[in-house]
Design a protein around this ligand. Structure first.
Ligand code: ATP
Length: 362
């Protein structure tokens, strides 16, 4: 286990005279044993970052440091890293035993009995000891993924790199493997970078998450920090499901003005937006209250467009004039389509951003 540091890591691709900046000067330090999830939309540079750490892609600029040593100029096999891919990359002509043991055979001088014992120990820790003599085509997706994990674990590397390892599994298995993988990483305590575009995976698995957009790091923090104190509108919209609602308003003194409503803010919020001009008001679906009467502060009138009952919670799509919002309300509440309701956005739950830059104001 070891600290992993990315210093000013940059990757430019040139093609057809164009320069694509895939990774834009990323600075990131992982503590010993940390599970860091690198998350962001398709094309934001996640895989390229991971491939530079692994040595599968050259860097345009910057450094990859493991422990105290720069590995930037080392070949992939000289870096003490094990990588798990989404397509498992198992050898089809090898059994589970051979697939797991293969890396060990190449890199250590253990004799055959010792190797076999290690393979069996790892297979047992992953619950696949019954499958040691099966070939990949005889295994389910989840079992193949466990073999791929076994092959990484057995090498006892300084760093694990995982590129969307659960994305080929069905939803139920993905949820189960998410928990198992997190528990396994906790036990092994190996510094891990885990790439995904799935914010739920990021929130549930990461000790910290690093959110990337257009090659630039937007925020690095614990899942709850990123959820409660997003660094900008992009992070606010990316983390949380259903996504945060955004409404463009004009700030006039300590009042936020929209065609359909006005909202009076107080204290720090008022200071943050005083005469700021165009502001994007953010409210999470779970923070919208649907109230019965209009005797509340800053009431907002809406009509119910659609209700999706999920059991414990219902997602309600609402129209505030031409603006469409989503609220997550307790499942017991019932609504009619077209029904007029009053909404309340509690001031302590409001997020406010500069409408043009997306920078967080509050
Ligand atoms: P996804 O989730 O879709 O895999 P990603 O976040 O992993 O996306 P990357 O695959 O790292 O994104 O790609 C980042 C950017 O770099 C994209 O614009 C992509 O088109 C570009 N890119 C990646 N590899 C190359 C390459 N070999 N040549 C040219 N451009 C590339």
């Amino acid at each position: 286990m070891s600290q992993l540091e990315l210093r000013n890591l940059r990757k430019e691709f040139t093609g057809g005279g164009d320069n694509i900046v895939a990774v834009d000067d990323v600075d990131l330090t992982l503590h010993d044993g940390e599970f860091l999830v690198l998350v962001g939309p398709s094309g934001c540079g996640k895989s390229t970052t991971l491939r530079m750490i692994a040595g599968l892609e050259t860097v345009t600029n910057g450094d990859v440091i493991i422990g105290d040593e720069s590995v930037t100029d080392l070949e992939p096999r000289e870096r003490d890293i094990a990588m798990v891919f989404q397509n498992y990359a198992l050898y089809p002509h090898m059994t589970t035993r051979e697939n797991i043991g293969f890396g060990l055979k190449m890199t250590t001088d253990l004799d055959a009995d010792e190797r076999n014992q290690r393979v069996e120990d790892v297979a047992t820790s992953l619950g696949i000891e019954e499958l040691l003599d099966d070939y990949p085509k005889e295994l389910s997706g989840g079992q193949q993924q466990r073999v791929a994990l076994g092959r990484a674990i057995i090498r006892d590397p300084e760093v694990f790199l995982m590129d969307e390892p659960l994305s080929n599994l069905d939803a139920k298995l993905r949820t189960q493997m998410r928990t198992e993988l997190k528990a396994l990483q906790d036990d092994l305590n190996v510094t891990t970078v885990y790439v995904t575009h799935d914010q739920t995976e990021a929130m549930t698995m990461g000790d910290r998450i690093a959110i990337l957009n257009h090659g630039e790091l937007q925020q690095v923090g614990t899942p709850l920090e990123c959820y409660h104190q997003p660094a900008n509108k992009f992070v606010a919209g990316f983390i949380g499901a259903p996504s945060m609602n955004f409404i463009n308003v004009e700030s006039e003194g300590d009042r936020l003005v929209h065609k359909e409503f006005t909202y009076d803010v107080t204290g720090e919020t008022a200071e943050a937006i005083a005469d700021h001009g165009r502001v994007s008001m953010g409210i999470r679906p779970e923070d919208i209250r649907v109230v019965d009467e209009s005797a509340v502060e800053n009431p907002i009138t809406a009509d119910v467009h659609l209700v999706e009952p999920l059991g414990d919670v219902s997602h309600v799509t609402l129209n505030v004039g031409a603006k469409r919002l989503t609220a997550a309300v307790p499942g017991g509440k019932t609504f009619e389509r077209g029904e007029e309701v009053t909404l309340q956005f509690p001031e302590e739950n409001l997020h406010l951003f500069d409408a043009a830059s997306g920078e967080t104001l509050k």
